[in-house]
Design a protein around this ligand. Structure first.
Ligand SMILES: *Cc1c(COP(=O)(O)O)cnc(C)c1O
Length: 475
C-alpha cells in the first residue's frame, strides 16, 4: 500500500479555508526557511487512503477482539456524540474558569461518581494513561512518607502477578522493587509478603484482578499486613470492569489507585491515544494530588493547586474529552448498569473458559474474573504449534489474537478477555474457532507456522522491526 506522501501530486488539494475574520498578523521573521512537506491530495484520494488503511487492520468494529488485559470492548457511539459537543471541543485551557463552568462541572461530577465507584475520596484526571496514573500514585505515597519525615521507606513490594507497568512505574518514581511470588493458586503468597514487609516498606502495588485473571481472595489480609508495617497500599484498577459496582478498592483497604478510562470507562484505544488514567486516593493523600483541582464556592467552580501538591504530571486537566466519554458512559449505565456490565464481563470469561477447558490447558482452574489464561506448553511440545501459531491462525477466522506470552509467569500463555459487550452467539462462534484451531494443531502443528494466510500482511519480521525500526519517512 502506498503512503499518503507517495500519493501526493503538486497542486492537488481539498482544503477550503474560510475567509479570515480577524486582522492578519505580521509574521515577518517567523517564516519557515524550508517548505513544509505536506501531502497534496484530493478528497477522493484521501478517503480511499484511509479506507484502505482501515481494511489492513482489525478493530472492534470488524470482529471479536479478546486481547487480555486490554478490555477491547465496544464503546457506545453516544459517548463520542457527547464528546463532540462544541461546548466541549471549542474551549481553550487558558480561558477564565467563569466561562467554562460546564466543563468544570463535568470534571467535578466525574470525580464524584468515580470516587463513589472506587471508594476513594479524591481523584485527579491529569494522568494520560494507566502507567502515568501509577507513577502519580507512587509520587503521592512518596510525598506522604516524606511529609512525616519518614525517609527510610524506599521499597515497593510488587507481586509477580502484577502488570508489567507496576514495577516500571515504581522504578521511575525512584523506589526499589521487591518482587514476591504467587502461591500455586495464583494469589499473593502471604508468607512471602509477611517476610518482605518492614521499616523500609513504602507500599505495595497490587493488580487486582491480577494478570492471571484472579481476584485475590486474601485481599483484606494483604492490605492489613502492609498497613501494619507502616506502608500504603496501591490498587492497579486498570481492569475495574471486572468488579465495578460490586466491590470497591477503598473498602478493601487501598489508599491510592488508578483507573483506565480508555479500558473500563469506554474510550476506544489501541491506536495510541488519547487516554486517561485518573489517580484516586483517600482523604489524607488529597493535599498531595496534582493541581489544578476544582473547588466549589457557592456553586461557582474554580481551579486551585493544593499547597503541598506533588505538582503537575500533565498540562492543565489531562485529556478532558476522555472524561466526557467516561461520564456519559457512567450516566447511561447508571447504578444498575455498572454492576451488570461487570457481571457480564465475568460471566463471559467463565463461559468461554468452560467452553475450552476440555481441550486447552488452563493456567488456573479456579473461577476467573474478566479474563483467563491458557497454557499451551503441552500443545507446543506435542504438536510444534506454539501459542504464537494459534494466535496468528485465529486471524484467518476474523478474530483478533489474544494477548500472547503474558503474563510471564505462565509459559506459552494466551490471555483471553472476551469483555462484557459480546453476545453469547459471538462467544459460541469464537469457542468453535478456538476448538477448530486446536484440532488443526493436533493434525499438523507445523502447518500453523504459516498462518495467517488471508490477512494483508502475514508474519511481520518482528525482530528487525524492534532492532532496526524505520520510524521516519525519508523524502
Ligand atoms: C493496561 C494496564 C495498565 C497500563 O495502562 P496504560 O494505559 O497502557 O499505561 C496497567 N495495569 C493493568 C492491569 C493494565 O491492564
Amino acid at each position: 500500500m502506498k503512503l499518503i506522501f507517495e500519493r501526493s501530486m503538486p497542486g492537488r488539494g481539498c482544503s477550503i479555508l474560510p475567509p479570515c475574520d480577524v486582522p492578519a498578523a505580521d509574521l515577518t521573521g517567523f517564516e519557515r526557511e524550508k517548505e513544509l512537506h505536506l501531502p497534496e491530495i484530493s478528497e477522493n484520494d484521501i478517503s480511499r487512503h484511509y479506507t484502505e488503511l482501515a481494511k489492513q487492520t482489525h478493530g472492534v468494529n470488524d470482529g471479536f477482539y479478546p486481547l487480555g488485559s486490554c478490555t477491547m470492548k465496544y464503546n457506545p457511539k453516544v459517548n463520542e456524540a457527547a464528546a463532540a459537543f462544541p461546548g466541549f471541543t471549542g474551549i481553550h485551557p487558558l480561558q477564565p474558569a467563569s466561562t467554562v463552568q460546564g466543563c468544570l462541572e463535568v470534571l467535578k461530577q466525574a470525580e464524584e461518581l468515580l470516587c463513589e465507584i472506587t471508594g476513594m475520596d479524591g481523584m485527579t484526571f491529569q494522568p494520560a494513561a494507566g502507567a502515568h496514573g501509577e507513577f502519580t500514585g507512587l509520587l503521592l505515597i512518596k510525598a506522604w512518607h516524606q511529609s512525616r519525615g519518614d525517609s527510610k521507606r524506599t521499597k515497593i513490594i510488587v507481586p509477580d502477578s502484577a502488570h508489567g507497568t507496576n514495577p516500571a512505574s515504581a522504578a521511575m518514581a525512584g523506589f526499589t522493587i521487591v518482587n514476591i511470588p504467587s502461591s500455586p493458586d495464583g494469589c499473593v503468597d502471604l508468607e512471602a509478603l509477611r517476610k518482605a514487609v518492614g521499616e523500609d516498606t513504602a507500599g505495595l502495588m497490587l493488580t487486582n484482578p491480577n494478570t492471571v485473571g484472579l481476584f485475590d481472595k486474601n485481599i483484606t489480609e494483604i492490605t492489613r499486613i502492609v498497613h501494619e508495617a507502616g506502608g500504603l497500599c496501591y490498587y492497579d484498577g486498570a481492569n475495574l470492569n471486572a468488579v465495578m459496582g460490586i466491590a470497591r478498592p477503598g473498602d478493601m483497604g487501598f489508599d491510592v489507585m488508578h483507573l483506565n478510562l480508555h479500558k473500563t470507562f469506554s474510550t476506544p484505544h489501541g491506536g495510541g491515544g488519547p487516554g486517561s488514567g485518573p489517580c484516586g486516593c483517600r482523604e489524607f493523600l488529597i493535599p498531595f494530588l496534582p493541581g489544578p483541582r476544582i473547588t466549589d464556592e457557592n456553586g461557582q467552580l474554580s481551579l486551585h493547586s493544593p499547597e503541598t501538591s506533588i505538582g503537575c504530571v500533565k498540562e492543565f486537566y489531562g485529556n478532558f474529552l476522555v472524561v466526557v466519554k467516561a461520564l456519559t458512559y457512567i450516566l447511561m449505565l447508571g447504578k444498575e448498569g455498572i454492576p451488570e456490565a461487570a457481571s457480564n464481563a465475568v460471566l463471559n470469561a467463565n463461559y468461554m473458559m468452560h467452553g475450552l477447558s476440555d481441550l486447552y490447558d488452563m493456567a488456573f482452574e479456579e473461577t476467573c474474573m474478566h479474563e483467563f489464561v491458557m497454557c499451551l506448553e503441552k500443545l507446543k511440545h506435542e504438536t510444534g504449534a506454539s501459542a504464537l501459531d494459534v494466535a496468528k491462525t485465529l486471524l484467518d477466522y476474523g478474530i483478533h489474537p489474544p494477548t500472547m506470552y503474558f503474563p510471564l509467569i505462565v509459559h506459552e500463555a494466551l490471555m483471553i478477555e472476551p469483555t462484557e459487550t459480546e453476545s453469547r452467539e459471538t462467544l459460541d462462534e469464537a469457542i468453535a474457532v478456538f476448538r477448530e484451531v486446536y484440532a488443526r494443531a493436533r493434525k499438523d502443528g507445523e502447518a500453523l507456522h504459516q498462518s495467517p494466510s488471508t490477512t494483508p500482511i502475514g508474519r511481520p519480521d518482528e525482530v528487525t522491526a524492534a532492532r532496526k525500526p524505520v520510524i521516519r519517512y525519508q523524502f
